[in-house]
Design a protein. Structure first.
Ligand SMILES: O=C(CO)[C@@H](O)[C@H](O)COP(=O)(O)O
Length: 218
C-alpha cells in the first residue's frame, strides 16, 4: 500500500518546504494541468524540474493535459519516478508507454470517471500503474464519485486475471473515512491532497492513511 500526497493542495509559494513535510510518504503526486484537458492550470516542466532536483522522495507526475504524445517524454527525461497520462488524451498510448519505459520512468495510464475499464485492459501488460480517477480531474477537495467504486473492483479483477503486479492507484476524494474501503475493493496506491495538506501534521496524516489502508492484500 502506498500513499502519494497530492501537492495540488500544498502551499505553492513554499513547495520545497511542503515536500519536506511529506518526506514519510512513498511519493509526491504532482498534478500538471493545462487548462485545456481540464479547466484548471497548475504547473509545467520548469517547476517539475526543480521539484525533481529538491525532492527527497520520488515524484509521481500526473499529466492532465492535451497532447501527451508530445509532452510525456519531456517529463520522463527529468528523471521522475513515474509519468501518468490520460488515455482520453493520447493518440498512441501504446507508443507512449514504451517511450516512458525506454527512458527509465514507470509508465502509468489514467482514466476519467466516465471512461470504462474495458477501454484500457489491453494496455495493462504495458504499464506499471493504472490510475482510476475517483473524481472529475481538475480540482482538489472534491467528493469521491461513488459510481467509480465498481471500476476499482473491475480493474483489480482484470489485473489479477492477467497475473500482473501493476499498481492500482485511486485519486480524488480519498479520506480517512473511505481509504479502508478503497483498499478492500482493490486499490493499493492512494493519492490524497486535502486529506494530508489540510492538516498541520502531515506525517501523522500519512501514517493514519497508511495504517487504515494497510491490512488488505490483493
Ligand atoms: O488530480 C487531482 C484532481 O484532479 C487530484 O490529485 C487532487 O489533488 C486530489 O485532491 P483531493 O481530492 O485528495 O483533495
Amino acid at each position: 500500500m502506498s500513499i502519494h500526497p497530492s501537492i495540488l493542495s500544498a502551499d505553492f509559494a513554499n513547495l520545497q518546504a511542503e515536500l519536506e513535510s511529506i518526506a514519510s510518504a512513498d511519493a509526491a503526486h504532482v498534478d500538471v494541468m493545462d487548462n485545456h484537458f481540464v479547466p484548471n492550470l497548475t504547473l509545467g516542466l520548469p517547476i517539475v524540474q526543480r521539484l525533481q532536483e529538491v525532492s527527497k522522495i520520488p515524484l509521481d507526475v500526473h499529466l492532465m493535459i492535451d497532447d501527451p504524445d508530445h509532452w510525456v517524454p519531456k517529463y520522463a527525461e527529468l528523471g521522475v519516478d513515474s509519468v501518468t497520462f490520460h488515455l482520453e488524451a493520447a493518440k498512441d498510448p501504446l507508443a507512449l508507454t514504451r517511450t516512458l519505459r525506454s527512458i527509465g520512468a514507470q509508465a502509468a495510464i489514467a482514466i476519467k470517471p466516465g471512461t470504462p475499464v474495458t477501454d484500457v485492459v489491453e494496455l495493462l501488460p504495458e504499464i506499471d500503474m493504472l490510475l482510476v480517477m475517483t473524481v472529475e480531474p481538475g480540482f482538489g477537495g472534491q467528493k469521491l464519485i461513488s459510481e467509480t467504486l465498481a471500476k476499482i473492483v473491475q480493474a483489480r479483477s482484470e489485473i489479477r486475471k492477467r497475473g500482473l503486479t501493476i499498481a492500482l492507484q485511486v485519486d480524488g476524494g480519498v479520506t480517512e473515512s473511505n481509504i479502508s474501503e478503497l483498499a478492500e475493493l482493490g486499490a493499493d496506491c492512494f493519492v490524497a491532497g486535502s486529506a494530508v495538506f489540510n492538516f498541520e501534521n502531515r506525517a501523522l496524516q500519512i501514517s493514519k492513511l497508511r495504517e487504515l489502508s494497510g491490512s488488505h492484500s490483493h
